[in-house]
Design a protein around this ligand. Structure first.
Ligand SMILES: NC(=O)C1=CN([C@@H]2O[C@H](COP(=O)(O)OP(=O)(O)OC[C@H]3O[C@@H](n4cnc5c(N)ncnc54)[C@H](OP(=O)(O)O)[C@@H]3O)[C@@H](O)[C@H]2O)[C@@H](O)CC1
Ligand SMILES: [K+]
Length: 480
């Protein structure tokens, strides 16, 4: 598991550790890790040209000490001081002693144009708001230069706790972060500014960091959660998932949701609705009925919503599914037919899987606002509906109705996933994991993980059916 902790938690753990180690030791650990990462990126340190962007806090101190280490290995360097009176004194002395030159913000863009490596030490976890006006042209020059841009702890200008970006921010090729990941490194739009991530252990105690704000499953976590048939399993014990999706107008959604469901680990899939003929043509193993979920027979979880439209039949399908005392996943058209009260009344878990537009409609705000503040939006929806919410998008987030539990962030997705029907496959897959017995948060995060991985293992440009077909490969890939 990869964890992201809030700035408050990092400060607490750092404070406790600083009381136990000699003064300056943590900054030296951070600087050593940063210098090693810089050296790896450069390949050859001797003769390399560095530029260090230095703000007024310890983030600039880390950058200066790291640069001093690289200068002692034969690099040359210039520090661009954004607040000359307040730059980290000891860091600056070390940098000067190693032969570093110093300039003000005005001289920055000129040296950046000839740099091989730019270290962004403008702000770290102490930064507030976007870059200030004097820093903005330097960030732009770094982006436009041929230099590798390495952010120290965080790309300056991004919000460490939320992944929001309020104004201009540094765009890094890599970020070297200290002690633990910060949520902003894992959530867009900030994550996209961070580039490749490297975590440097500075000795923070996990107990002092406490419960993370965010967690990201890795292969081993997913492998441990995947349902596995045993010798005692028959198809009913493995779980039966019901799919109420598709309509006469959109029979394809039924086929795609069933495709995902068949690849999700449940023992059987029941389909209820008007798309039965199309489903059987592609998946003869499906148990098809034409009525509503109520008359479809027993299932361990329902998936309702993809391609339902907004007819009376669609409404009945959603109401029926919600009335069943089993986990229910609601997606797409189904989301428009929900009220928070109807979801909150349920005793079995509910999973909602909106994309940003659907989340915006549920919250009554603009889509751009949801995309700019994904973490806030997913938490708010989970609280409002008392449901597990999977917010799809460039970084997919899964929030539990219990606000104390870390939000899960999925790292496997790729841009090619934004293709028609891709969400229908995800809802079927996740519903199947629910039917197989996974807890709602696990089903949603494992579903998102396998779905993203399947996309990575597919030929691109991919179609939704390719995704469903690649799911067994994704399954095998995590299990190996
Ligand atoms: N603590 C530890 O043990 C360790 C900490 N470590 C390192 O320290 C970093 C945290 O250091 P920090 O607390 O000094 O804050 P930091 O991020 O450098 O910036 C704050 C300064 O910036 C200013 N400022 C604010 N917003 C701004 C903006 N938008 N644009 C421009 N300036 C802005 C603000 O001053 P202001 O001008 O607002 O008065 C303030 O002076 C952490 O990320 C890690 O790198 C490591 O060495 C490991 C050990
Ligand atoms: K930084």
């Amino acid at each position: 598991m990869r964890y992201g902790h809030s700035v408050e938690a990092v400060r607490r753990a750092e404070g406790a550790l600083m009381a136990r180690v000699p003064e300056g030791a943590l900054m030296q650990r951070a600087a050593a890790g940063l210098a090693a990462a810089g050296a790896d990126l450069l390949g050859r340190v001797y003769g390399a040209r560095l530029v260090v962007l230095v703000g007024s806090g310890s983030n600039g101190g880390d950058a200066l000490f790291a640069a001093a280490r690289l200068l002692r290995r034969g690099a040359s360097g210039t520090a661009v001081l954004l607040a000359p009176e307040r730059a980290h004194g000891e860091g600056l002395a070390a940098f000067r002693a190693a032969g570093g030159r110093v300039t003000g913000a005005d001289g920055g863009a000129g040296v950046i144009a000839h740099a091989d490596l730019v270290l962004d030490g403008i702000t770290g976890i102490g930064g507030k708001g976007g870059l200030r006006p004097e820093a903005e042209p330097l960030a732009r020059a770094a982006r436009e230069s041929g230099a590798a841009v390495v952010a120290v702890d965080l790309p300056s200008g991004v919000d460490a706790d939320t992944g929001e970006v309020h104004g201009p921010a540094v765009h890094a090729d890599a970020t070297v972060t200290f002690g633990t990941y910060k949520p902003g490194l894992l959530i867009d739009p900030a994550a996209e500014r961070a580039g490749a991530l490297r975590l440097v252990d500075i000795g923070l105690d996990p107990a002092e960091l406490g419960t993370p704000a965010l967690e990201a499953l890795q292969h081993a976590d997913v492998a441990a959660l995947l349902p596995r048939p045993t010798g005692e399993s028959d198809k009913y014990r493995r779980g039966v998932v019901g799919v109420a999706a598709g309509s006469r107008r959109y029979p394809g959604a039924a086929v795609l949701a069933v495709s995902g469901a068949l690849r999700g680990g449940a023992g059987a899939v029941r389909y209820a609705g008007p798309g039965g003929a199309a489903v059987l043509a592609r998946h003869p193993e499906t148990l098809v009925s034409t009525g509503s979920p109520h008359s479809a027979g027993r299932v361990q979880a329902w998936v309702v919503g993809p391609g339902l439209g907004d007819t009376a039949e669609a409404r009945t399908a959603v109401d029926d599914a919600l009335a069943a005392d089993v986990p229910v996943l609601v997606d797409a058209d189904g989301l428009r037919l929900l009220t928070p009260e109807a979801v909150r009344r349920r005793t079995a878990p509910t999973v909602l899987t909106p994309h940003a537009g659907e989340a915006a409609a549920l919250l009554g705000r603009a889509r751009e606002e949801v995309e700019a503040g994904r973490l806030r939006a997913v938490r708010e929806l989970a609280a409002r509906f008392g449901a597990t919410v999977l917010l799809k998008g460039s970084t997919t987030l899964v929030a539990d109705p219990d606000p104390e539990r870390p939000v899960r962030v999925n790292a496997t997705g790729i841009a090619w996933l934004a293709t028609a029907g891709s969400g229908d496959v995800l809802s079927g897959l996740t519903g199947s994991l629910l039917a197989a017995g996974l807890a709602a948060r696990d089903a949603a995060s494992v579903g998102a993980y396998l779905h993203g991985l399947a996309a990575r293992l597919s030929e691109v440009p991919l179609t939704a059916l390719d995704l469903a077909d690649a799911l067994p490969r994704a399954w095998r890939n995590v299990s190996e």
